[in-house]
Design a binder for this molecule. Structure first.
Ligand code: PLP
Length: 433
């Protein structure tokens, strides 16, 4: 008997016991290889004593002090570490507790930026089909993800969040993209002077598992936004912190965003932590303008979470985990590519670094079924992967993300692949393939 309101009340959940490296154990002793770092969270792997010690030391000194009154050494340290990884472009970090909060904060900051600059008509946030930016109402309104939006559609402020068709795989004309003119005409339709910001993921996350637009697309988007004084928000909640083989996915595209949303890998799951990172010109606008970002969340800048984040970044630097993500990501991608010819169920492999997506052949009329079956079968046999589907018209199909901790070795990748192949075989057999 439970008093916990589970995500799926009819489902039986194993009880987590402990974790170490890329593995988790439940209370029955069953071991799981964490092939998706949870939901692309645990970049440094499980059970790192050093992070726990840093959090305990901070909690022992002081666990909470409201940011209306105080800063803390750890918040300053983490701000400096993030800024150093983004240098020479100057950035300032506003800390929150997760990805949705980071997006909400970025949306509000973009709006306030334009107000302070005397452009009060700029109220809209443009976002892309297909995308995912979070589950709170503002972040969900920005998300171009049909199945997640559907039940809440009446609550989403659609007129404030116009969507555009971004590049999608399997475009009906045989191209991989709706070109820039689609975005341009969507902007004109809205009136570009009413748009505050545009939010993008540069490598598809849960909506598009590892999909990457054609080279130069995002630079063109940024140039278009600059031309209309629209801020660019890059959502690096999944892609940031080394996941794609560089510290940030936006630098791989040659972008200089006005705002960057971070979470997940920032504290690697050791504590809830997110951030919106603002370019100097945004910071300056608020500083010399009203002097206050009219926003605030009780747990923003929490010292224990900041201590976790600082310890995580220190480990990432010392162990060269970004380089490992690049190297092992190349190995993983190469090994996954073989699945396309070995399994009729797998139609494509795509991604960057240790963020690889498998596109699966969907069952007609049942989008999501195949990804769910594969995810459930793998979990049942001790492998965790991250299923997705139902994002947007034209890309309703099934896909899974393979994204293990950045500490992974090639031997561990081989083990992950053995588990994945076994699951693909079982699911394919079940479907008569
Ligand atoms: C790209 C992206 N943005 C935002 C979010 C929301 O983050 P959170 O679940 O921490 O609120 C997610 C979560 O999966 C995400 O993948």
């Amino acid at each position: 008997m439970t008093q916990v309101f589970y995500r799926s009340p009819r489902q039986d959940y194993p009880t987590i016991s402990h974790g170490s490296g890329i593995y988790l154990w439940d209370s029955t002793g069953q071991r799981y290889l964490d092939g998706s770092s949870g939901a692309l969270v645990v970049n440094i792997g499980h059970g790192r004593r050093e992070v726990v010690d840093a959090m305990a030391a901070q909690a022992g000194r002081v666990a909470f002090a409201h940011t209306m009154r105080f800063t803390s050494d750890v918040q300053e340290q983490l701000g400096a570490l993030i800024a150093a990884r983004l240098a020479p472009v100057p950035y300032y970090t506003y800390f929150v507790s997760g990805g949705s909060e980071a997006i909400e904060s970025a949306i509000k900051l973009a709006r306030q930026y334009h107000l302070e600059r005397g452009e009060p008509r700029r109220t809209k946030i443009m976002a892309r089909w297909a995308s995912y930016h979070g589950n709170t109402l503002g972040a969900l309104a920005a998300s171009g993800h049909l199945s997640r939006r559907r039940p809440y559609a009446p609550l989403l402020a659609d007129s404030a969040f116009p969507h555009f068709l971004g590049p999608v795989p399997h475009h009906p004309n045989g191209e991989d993209c709706y070109c820039l003119t689609t975005l341009e005409s969507r902007m004109q339709q809205e009136d570009p002077d009413t748009i505050a910001a545009l939010v993008i993921e540069v490598v598809g996350g849960s909506a598009l598992s590892g999909f990457i637009a054609h080279p130069g697309y995002f630079r063109d988007v940024q140039a278009l936004c600059r031309r209309h004084r629209i801020l660019v928000i890059v959502d690096e909640v999944m892609t940031g912190m080394g996941r794609t083989g560089e510290w940030w996915a936006h630098t791989q595209e040659g972008l200089e965003p006005d705002l960057i949303a971070l979470a997940k890998g920032l504290a690697s799951g050791y504590s809830p932590l997110g951030a919106v990172v603002a370019h100097q010109q945004v910071w300056d606008t608020i500083r010399v303008g009203s002097g206050t970002f009219i926003h605030g969340l009780t747990y923003g800048g929490n010292p224990v979470s900041a201590a976790a984040g600082a310890a995580v970044m220190t480990i990432m630097e010392r162990e060269n985990l970004v380089r490992n993500a690049r190297r092992q990501g190349a190995y993983l991608a190469q090994q996954l590519a073989a699945l396309v010819k070995d399994f009729a169920l797998v139609t494509q492999v795509r991604g960057r670094g240790l963020m690889q997506g498998l596109v699966l052949r969907s069952v007609d009329g049942q989008p999501g079924e195949v990804a769910k079956s594969l995810g459930d079968d793998a979990f049942h046999h001790g492998l965790i992967i991250y299923p997705g589907s139902g994002a947007a018209r034209g890309v309703e199909g099934d896909h899974v993300l393979i994204a293990p901790p950045l500490t992974i070795t090639s031997t561990e990748i081989d083990e992950l692949l053995d588990g994945l192949r076994a699951s693909l075989q079982r699911v394919q057999r079940l479907r008569g393939g």
